[in-house]
Design a protein around this ligand. Structure first.
Ligand code: SAH
Length: 374
């Protein structure tokens, strides 16, 4: 349970509580399981936080709930809406750091990119979040609160039919699989019919490759998986994604393949591949990737590098990106290029920088490096 700005009595925040925990919570109050479902629907489907508005709950129970519990989402300190409809929020966490959440509307889909940690400890060489260091894990209510807030930002929403969030990707700040329990509780709520009711195919955990956690997901969840690969061989991946030194590519692909094969439907993983000019975007890299993934059920999503000051990397030209895509497509891989959305509000991948109060001194090292590099 996280402490919260307007929750001085440290009441239990019901926003991040998945169904079974909610049922247990009500059982402790001597209440039947259906109460849990009613309260979940009020919170997540009707967007109600005030117990007094939960009209099918008895007055006595409402008073009891007010004494011990609260429903509270993170505080929004900034909201921007791009020309293309992309929305971005900065949400302030107790302690002062901020995280970012982005909603990308596309036809009748709305993909919400949410954060799982304040900062990130993995330090991938081309990621601006990593450069800010790590502060702490987000609680389940802070993760789910991003969805709650995103939906609530639509005024005049007809909640019986409008669905501004149809897909959730854990591709904001942080490494979701290093915040395992809170992320599992959150995705449980995303997929729950009494909460957000999003299909398992449309909830995606994106990981840089925390292999033991992928193994642990088996049987616990059936969410979709995205692997941030970014390099076709261990030598290069060790430089770009340092966690690779601990869990090299073969181990990672094995673990992911095993997870996919345990799902009840035939599902592919998404391979994310950030294209860094001259580093991993040449023909030789495409050839290696084609060979590497030949027995791995996947589609490939290419992300042209989004530059940030002092990164030391360059974005490939559009022609170079197209070439790389063509090589993979011709080899039979479904390959998409992530288009940059919300450019005018700095909402693109890698620009999700939030404001992290670093607890690891990594940002300090980075600043020193930047000074050294002029
Ligand atoms: N830790 C998780 C999720 C975070 S980032 C993971 O690694 O998957 C979501 C994706 O954006 C990752 O694939 C990440 O490597 C990529 N990314 C980070 N910084 C980027 C940048 N500057 N340009 C393009 N993609 C970037």
């Amino acid at each position: 349970m996280s402490e919260s700005t307007a929750n001085p009595l440290n009441k239990i925040n019901l926003l991040g509580m998945p169904r079974q925990k909610m049922i247990d919570f009500f059982a402790d109050l001597g209440e039947k399981p259906f109460r849990a479902k009613q309260v979940m629907q009020w919170i997540h489907q009707y967007g109600v936080m005030d117990f007094d508005e939960m009209s099918n709950i008895s007055k006595v129970l409402r008073e009891k709930l007010k004494e011990i519990a609260i429903v509270q989402a993170p505080e929004i300190t900034y909201q921007a809406i791009s020309k293309d409809g992309t929305r971005k929020w900065l949400m302030k966490m107790p302690g002062g750091s901020s995280i970012e959440t982005v909603l990308i509307p596309e036809g009748n889909r709305g993909t919400l990119c949410i954060s799982s940690q304040i900062g990130c400890a993995l330090d991938c060489s081309f990621c601006s979040t990593g450069k800010q260091g790590f502060n702490r894990n987000l609680s389940a209510e802070e993760i789910v609160g991003q969805i709650w807030n995103a939906i609530a930002s639509f005024e005049d929403l007809d909640r019986t039919k409008d669905r501004p969030v149809t897909n959730v990707v854990m591709m904001g700040m942080g490494e979701p699989l290093l915040n395992f329990d809170n992320v599992m509780d959150s995705i449980d709520l995303m997929m729950d019919d009494f909460a957000y009711s999003i299909s398992k195919r449309r909830v995606t955990i994106s990981t840089a490759g925390v292999v033991p956690a992928i193994d642990k997901m088996n049987g616990l969840t059936d969410a979709s998986l995205a692997i941030s690969l970014h390099a076709p061989n261990d030598e290069l991946r060790n430089q770009l994604v340092p966690v690779n030194k601990k869990y090299p590519i073969a181990m990672l692909l094995d673990s992911a393949k095993n997870y996919l094969s345990n799902l009840s439907d035939k599902r592919k993983a998404t391979i994310e591949y950030t294209l860094l000019a001259g580093v991993n975007d040449r023909k030789v890299h495409a050839d290696q990737l084609i060979e590497l993934l030949k027995d791995f059920p996947c589609k490939i999503n290419l992300i042209p590098f989004n530059p940030f000051p002092g990164s030391g990397y360059k974005k490939p030209s559009n022609t170079e990106v197209r070439c790389f895509q063509d090589w993979l497509t011709k080899a039979g891989y479904i390959t998409t290029v992530r288009t940059t959305r919300g450019d005018d509000i700095d909402a693109a991948c890698g620009q999700l920088v939030g404001l992290v109060e670093d607890k690891t001194r990594r940002s300090e090292r980075y600043i020193n490096l930047q000074q050294l590099n002029g």
